[in-house]
Design a protein around this ligand. Structure first.
Ligand SMILES: C[S@@+](CC[C@H](N)C(=O)[O-])C[C@H]1O[C@@H](n2cnc3c(N)ncnc32)[C@H](O)[C@@H]1O
Length: 449
């Protein structure tokens, strides 16, 4: 298990040679993206978009794969480097750790020739005066990793200590280890379709899950898949598709989606025929929501406002897919493990309870409130609902029942709330393990008296 990221890491700023070794720009972009996550807490996708702008599509995909694999396995890579570097990571040159980590990630977990992984990390070390003196060290350590392979990987968790310990407190030690392992694996592509799920599963060569989502492996570029241009489906983890289904949206219902952007759940509600008010505080994210709905040929009333204060309705249904730490999505966003800390969870929990309080007053008597987060932390899920019910006597739980929306009994807690874990939906014997797993989600349904 690991500690918080080192803040002294600095990307290289030295002049670059005009004729570069092949693959160097890709590794530089990957290393800079990893540094941006670890040092500045920037989201990986945002950094990669910026850093790979000048690369060809294939190189961009490789840079993304190297950075994501490094972060996904960063806990065990850090532990490995700790055992191999007798004197630890060089002080004031933590870029060396990044170059070792991206090199080791390629050697141990990717289909990249060892000499390319070693050579590019050594060359990148040579680019900065702060790291040039460590070229020999980078070369020796990576060659040793290439020689000895995965056998020398220590048995360490891939997420920070505090996170794994928190899961042990919530789910038990054994479950926490299994969650940690499941989060270090790549996630499949899940799609939500507007209609005809069986038909689309067949056309896309995917598997229709009991919840109605379609799971596809080795999809490649999603925009090139059948059905994308005509807006037949959108990308959404199977667990993320559950909260909107708990509202049983139908024509004639007026539903407020209070944290709506980029619109995955708004699209589900609108596709089911409900009249939707889609609200979000972020103008850029609402722009994406608008574009997504346009591609899908769906409509909603769009409102830019703070869900903790906005007044409207009353509504038949209110959905709060609250801003959260997103620790349940680490399979898809491995940077989350290294950009979020306990203080973020505490401050998000405060915002979540303010949004819940306001949202409750927007529900008609007899109407439904669904609260969800893509977090594994009880502070952002179970505890929010317990505290809300203690504050408000006009709300009662409307328990989710096994089989509803394809939800397995194993995913429902004693209070009738949905709690999915990355270890859920295991594959059958002999099946591709990549077909299993779910994002970690919490969803509770309440009714207003
Ligand atoms: C988990 S995301 C929502 C994902 C979305 N429901 C979907 O399915 O595509 C949380 C959203 O809450 C928004 N948000 C954060 N604070 C907010 C606030 N005070 N009021 C309204 N929206 C807020 C963020 O901008 C973000 O888009």
């Amino acid at each position: 298990m690991n500690d918080a990221p080192d803040a002294s890491r600095r990307p290289s700023r030295a002049p670059r040679p005009s004729a570069e070794a092949p693959g160097l720009a890709v590794r530089r972009a990957a290393a800079d993206a990893v540094d941006a996550v670890l040092e500045k807490g920037q989201p990986l996708e945002e950094s990669l978009d910026r850093l790979t702008r000048d690369l060809e599509d294939r190189d961009r995909a490789l840079a993304r794969m190297i950075a994501a694999t490094t972060l996904r396995k960063f806990g065990s890579l850090k532990a490995l480097l700790r055992t191999l570097l007798e004197r630890g990571v060089p002080a004031k040159a933590s870029r060396v750790e990044t170059l070792l980590a991206i090199g080791a990630a390629q050697i141990l977990f990717m289909d990249v020739p060892d000499h390319a992984a070693v050579g590019t990390s050594v060359a990148l070390a040579g680019e900065s005066p702060a790291t040039a003196g460590f070229k020999g060290l980078v070369n020796a350590v990576l060659r040793r990793i290439a020689r000895e392979g995965r056998a020398i990987l220590p048995d360490a968790a891939d997420q920070p200590n505090w996170m794994v310990e928190g899961w042990a407190g919530a789910y038990g030690g054994e479950a926490a280890q299994a969650i940690s392992k499941a989060l270090a694996a790549e996630a499949p592509l899940d799609l939500t379709v507007k209609s005809e799920p069986e038909n689309w599963a067949e056309r896309l060569g995917g598997r229709l899950l009991p919840t109605g989502s379609i799971r596809v492996l080795d999809a490649g570029n999603v925009t090139a898949l059948a059905g994308f241009p005509e807006g037949a489906w959108w990308v959404q983890d199977a667990a993320a598709a559950l909260p909107a289904r708990l509202l049983h949206p139908a024509p004639g219902m007026h539903i407020a989606d209070l944290c709506a952007a980029p619109g995955g759940k708004t699209a589900q509600l609108a596709a089911a025929g409900a009249q939707v008010t889609a609200l979000d505080r972020s103008a850029p994210r609402l722009k994406r929501l608008r574009q997504n709905l346009e591609r899908l040929g769906l409509t909603a009333e769009i409102v830019e406002a703070d869900a903790a204060r906005w007044k409207g309705g009353p509504f038949d249904g209110v959905l709060i897919d609250a801003p959260c730490s997103a620790t349940g999505t680490i399979r898809r966003h491995p940077d989350v493990a290294w950009t979020k800390g306990p203080a973020d969870i505490a401050s998000l929990a405060g915002l979540q309870s303010r949004i819940l309080d306001n949202a409750a007053s927007l529900v008609k008597p007899g109407g439904v409130l669904v609260y969800s987060t893509c977090s594994l932390e009880p502070e952002e899920g179970e505890r929010q609902i317990a505290e809300l019910l203690a504050r408000r006597s006009d709300l009662v739980r409307d328990p989710v029942v096994p089989g509803e929306a394809g939800i397995a009994a194993e995913w429902i807690n004693a209070a009738g709330e949905v709690r999915t874990l990355p270890t859920h939906m295991p594959v059958g014997e002999g099946e591709d393990p990549r077909l299993g797993g779910l994002d970690g989600f919490f969803a509770a349904r309440l009714r207003r008296r």
